[in-house]
Design a protein around this ligand. Structure first.
Ligand SMILES: Cc1cc2nc3c(=O)[nH]c(=O)nc-3n(C[C@H](O)[C@H](O)[C@H](O)COP(=O)(O)O)c2cc1C
Length: 432
């Protein structure tokens, strides 16, 4: 699979640089050729000599190196590869690429390349969860950069959390997948959708490997996501600003953790997540039907922004504008409460029912009340005032409320919120 593939490996300045030596060994064993760029910080952790000995090729370290430029200029170096891999990807390298900086050989090469870039981030948990790094992550995903890891666990600095570089074997697997990406994608997009599957955008955000583990192996998870559309007449509807990004990210993270996932989605502009069954619906009533059909499941996550009301009657024909006449009055009736009806089921109630509370004021207080009123186990509360940028944006600040209290998370990429939520669900199943 990797035979004769050309990998350009950029090694950044982090403790995990020692693992990149093992990655080179695995790549060479798979008969790939490896050229390496070692940043000046990277040279504090591994030596150019050991990297070049393992690559069986010279190592590039300086942008302004006459000999290297004469042998193979930095532009040629960036183009000669089939894939550029950054491992460890430091917070600094992520920031430079997200910001378009090119002030050393590694960052200049990353900007000059016309090939796919795969990053394996490695850093202290606080650095990883910092709003700046999360912003850069979102930007890089949007720019089409692929990611593997980071993993969660004890760190060299003594702290615990996400930020450990993925294991070399997992990076090798991600390299293989990235190189075979176009070939495998159709098989991975398993969907029962009845509308045309949007062509995966060049952003390739759907191939971001989330928490890859077996924490939810064999667990069936049903997730709702996106808005609902409540018809007024054949061409008009009532909707809301939900983008579906958070629910889709949760579906990706659950599938990556080994769960069997059904995602019931309102109308959104997102590619179906790989390895997830997607059921497309329009209205709240359709969504409830689809959820009931998807049960039994051990986990139900209601991330959709379901319309509270629908029109009392739907006009069979387009309502005509009559010049000079008063506009029509819309009579509204309440929609079914999907979260409460699943949480209060006697038969087939999922073991864990998780709701979302989108609030614009007193977020935690209202969400606490909602948890009790709906009868769900956890509520994920978020502030959706326009100033928060949550609706439609890529970041989210959430509070997880259960019967023992409130856990507030910092502002994170929605992908990271999803990974943490799935990790918390994995812990719950391990403990119960
Ligand atoms: C002992 C030590 C360990 C470090 N580990 C990391 C790390 O794991 N991840 C990271 O992003 N930065 C780490 N840093 C900070 C980077 O080395 C620093 O930001 C450097 O400028 C990165 O340069 P580069 O991105 O060009 O490799 C570490 C620094 C020291 C002194």
């Amino acid at each position: 699979m990797l035979k004769d593939k050309r990998i350009l490996l950029i090694i950044g300045g982090g403790i995990a640089a020692y693992k990149s030596l093992e990655l080179i060994r695995l790549l060479r064993k798979a008969e790939a050729s490896v050229h390496a760029i070692l940043t000046s910080a990277g040279q504090h952790f591994v030596t150019p000599l050991s990297v070049s000995a393992l690559c069986e090729a010279r190592v590039f370290t300086d942008l302004f190196d006459l000999t290297a430029e004469a042998e193979m200029g930095h532009i040629e170096l960036s183009r000669a590869a089939d894939l550029v891999v950054v491992a460890p990807a430091t917070a600094d390298l992520m920031a430079k690429l997200a910001g378009g900086l090119a002030n050393d050989l590694a960052s200049t090469t990353l900007l000059a390349t016309d090939k796919a870039v795969l990053m394996a981030p490695a850093m202290n948990v606080r650095m990883w969860t910092h709003a700046a790094t999360q912003r850069n992550l979102v930007q890089l995903i949007a720019d089409g950069v692929l990611f593997v890891g980071p993993d969660e666990g004890p760190m060299a600095c003594g702290e615990y959390g996400p930020g450990r570089m993925a294991e070399p074997a997992d990076i090798l697997q991600a390299i293989t997948a990235a190189l075979a990406d176009e070939a495998v994608r159709p098989a991975l997009v398993a969907t029962s959708t009845t509308v045309p599957v949007p062509k995966p955008s060049p952003l390739r955000a759907e191939s971001l490997p989330a928490l890859t583990s077996d924490a939810l192996q064999g667990v069936r998870v049903v997730i709702t996501s996106g808005p609902t559309h409540e018809p007024i007449d054949p061409v008009r509807y009532i909707a809301n600003r939900s983008s579906g990004k958070q629910g889709y990210a949760i579906a990706r993270a659950a599938a990556a953790a080994g769960a069997e996932v059904t995602l019931i989605s309102g109308p959104v502009q997102l590619a179906p997540p790989a390895g997830v069954e997607v059921v497309q619906v329009e209205s709240a009533r359709d969504m409830l039907n689809a959820v009931e059909l998807a049960l039994p499941a051990q986990v139900f996550i209601a991330a959709a922004a379901v319309a509270d009301w629908r029109t009392a009657a739907t006009a069979g024909q387009k309502i005509k504008k009559v010049p000079g006449a008063r506009g029509p009055t819309l009579a509204l009736v309440e929609n079914p409460d999907i979260l409460a009806s699943i949480a209060k089921r006697r038969k087939d109630r999922p073991r864990l029912v998780i709701g979302f509370a989108a609030e614009t004021e007193e977020v935690v207080t209202h969400a606490k009340t909602k948890r009790v009123r709906k009868g769900c186990d956890w509520i994920v509360a978020n502030d959706v005032t326009p100033a928060s940028g949550v609706m439609g944006g890529d970041l989210n600040t959430v509070h997880i409320i259960d019967n023992s209290g409130v856990e507030s998370w910092p502002k994170l990429a929605k992908e990271e919120v999803a990974r943490r939520l799935i990790s918390r669900i994995g812990d719950y199943f391990a403990a119960h």
